[in-house]
Design a protein around this ligand. Structure first.
Ligand code: SF4
Length: 264
């Protein structure tokens, strides 16, 4: 059994082609900008909500998260196999941090492989080396987050050290895995000259072993979820980066010689 909090069919931003993205619940990080705060706790969470019906507010409940059987999930993932095949797509496991449920993730990846599906794992990189060892040969593509290069800033804004993350990134590259680094662009958090040049340096040193870089602009899309979950929203007042800023940043990152995509 695995705990899932969303299944998104026909996803086009979670790897190549048309994909189904399965969101697994639970994350060891607490990023200040998290778009999916409902993913962080491993267990399902019930919140109070209000639904508008004919202009009236009706109180209700919403549950984030559901325990599901691996076979049942593989059945769902296989449904769109012809779309994956036509578009060069597949299945992406996201979260939360999918490696929080490594046993289930391994079974899901194996299930996908039985059906010949392309697999991607969207990871924070924060897991034990043995967990990555278990999935590396079952995963066709890693979407690997880089958040802060400075260890102190990383700890402050995500709650964990970036040492194991950077070391796991190198492990995957050494193993010959296909890795796309994804950088959430959070104004004032990881956009200083030091942070940007630290990331560029990191990527440059590994450019011959990796695929592309994706820059993901911060969006204020999770405000309602924070309210419902009664969670503190650290970045309530920061503005989203504008197009001009993102274009300039893209040009900076292109100095790595890598293909740089805004969004992903
Ligand atoms: S790693 Fe992703 S899911 Fe986990 S807290 Fe950070 S942004 Fe949220």
């Amino acid at each position: 059994m695995v705990t899932v909090f969303d299944i998104k069919r026909f996803a086009v931003h979670d790897g190549p082609g048309i994909r189904t993205t399965l969101f697994l619940k639970g994350c060891p990080l607490r990023c200040w900008w998290c778009h999916n705060p409902e993913s962080q706790e491993q267990e399902p969470v019930t919140v109070d909500i209000e639904r508008k019906v004919n202009g009236r507010s009706i109180p209700g409940k919403k549950v984030y998260g559901e325990r599901m059987e691996v076979d049942q999930l593989v059945e769902i993932l296989v449904k769109d196999a012809h779309f994956y095949e036509e578009s060069g797509g597949g299945v992406t496991f996201s979260g939360g941090e999918p490696l929080m449920q490594t046993d289930g993730l391994v079974l899901l990846l194996e299930g996908c492989k039985v059906h010949g599906l392309h697999t991607a794992v969207d990871t924070s990189g924060y897991a034990k080396r043995e967990q990555f060892e278990r999935i590396v040969d079952l995963t066709d593509l890693f979407l690997f987050d880089l958040k802060n290069m400075d260890p102190g800033l990383h700890k402050q804004y995500t709650g964990v050290d970036n040492g194991p993350i950077l070391s796991n990134a190198d492990f995957l590259l050494e193993k010959g895995a296909t890795v796309i680094f994804r950088i959430p662009v959070i104004p004032g958090i990881n956009t200083s000259t030091e942070e940007v040049s630290g990331m560029i340096q990191f990527l440059k040193e590994r450019a011959d072993k990796m695929a592309e870089v994706h820059l993901l602009p911060y969006h204020r899309i999770a405000e309602n979820k924070y309210r419902r979950l009664q969670m503190k929203q650290h970045l309530a007042d920061i503005a989203e980066p504008d197009e001009r800023f993102m274009r300039q940043l893209k040009e900076e990152f292109e100095k790595t010689g890598l293909e740089v995509i805004i969004g992903g």
